[in-house]
Design a protein around this ligand. Structure first.
Ligand SMILES: Nc1nc2c(ncn2[C@@H]2O[C@H](COP(=O)(O)OP(=O)(O)OP(=O)(O)O)[C@@H](O)[C@H]2O)c(=O)[nH]1
Ligand SMILES: [Mg+2]
Length: 209
């Protein structure tokens, strides 16, 4: 383990769960910079938060899609917030709840002023869906920054991962002012987690490590 990864693992393991919120105005900790994890249900948002924070059960994960149904706020080292958002695109959730969750997510993305960076997760095997593109457009129209994380790459070949990455890079030409980076990750195998930790750490500071 390198010094940088040891340092970051210690930084991120000082974490705590602040709460689950259904109204944006009730979310505390506005004084800290914040990043959030957005993506389809079951893409691995809660799992990657656990991988980043080196905590097995900080964010609740599930084999059943639709597990996270509120804005869940975690504070890291009293320096930065991480937010786990409800997933989208899960057909078995009632239309009523789906509308409520969509409204909550949209208000969060547009009204949360300390939100510095949005990580949009895409399941590498499934690739981009219409709802993902809808979210890229929505975020670009809200003048926010985002990076993409291709998840669960332990299930895919190197060639396939590169093809997915390249097609995403072409699509990102449409978002020159908002898109920053593409990460490839596996929470199960701890792949790509260090680079995401560095990115989040840098958001909590104004300099690069
Ligand atoms: N193979 C593999 N499976 C993963 C990985 N990350 C997550 N999973 C599995 O994918 C499923 C969903 O993971 P979650 O982290 O709960 O997904 P989520 O995006 O938070 O889902 P919602 O809360 O429903 O939106 C679980 O069964 C995880 O074990 C990974 O890197 N590789
Ligand atoms: Mg979840």
């Amino acid at each position: 383990m390198t010094d940088a990864s040891r340092f970051l693992n210690i930084f991120f393991s000082k974490n705590n769960f602040i709460g689950s919120f259904n109204e944006v105005q009730n979310i505390p900790n506005k004084h800290l910079p914040e990043c959030c994890f957005l993506g389809r249900s079951n893409v691995g948002k809660s799992s990657i938060i656990n991988a980043i924070t080196k905590s097995k059960k900080l964010a609740k994960t599930s084999k059943t899609p639709g597990r996270t149904q509120a804005v869940n706020l975690f504070e890291i080292n009293k320096k930065i917030n991480i937010v786990d958002l409800p997933g989208y695109g899960y057909a078995k959730i009632s239309i009523n709840i789906r509308d409520q969750l969509q409204h909550l997510t949209k208000s969060y993305l547009t009204q949360r002023n300390n939100l510095k960076k949005i990580f949009i997760l895409i399941d590498c095997k499934l690739g981009i869906k219409n709802l993902d593109i809808y979210n890229f457009d929505f975020i670009a129209n809200s003048n926010k920054l985002f990076s993409i994380i291709l998840t669960k790459i332990d299930k895919n070949s190197k060639n396939f991962i590169n093809e997915q990455k390249n097609s995403l890079f072409s699509l990102m030409k449409n978002y020159p002012n908002n898109f920053s980076n593409i990460y490839v990750s596996s929470s199960n195998k701890n792949i790509g987690i260090l680079d995401i930790q560095k990115d989040i750490y840098n958001l909590s500071k104004n300099y690069e490590i």
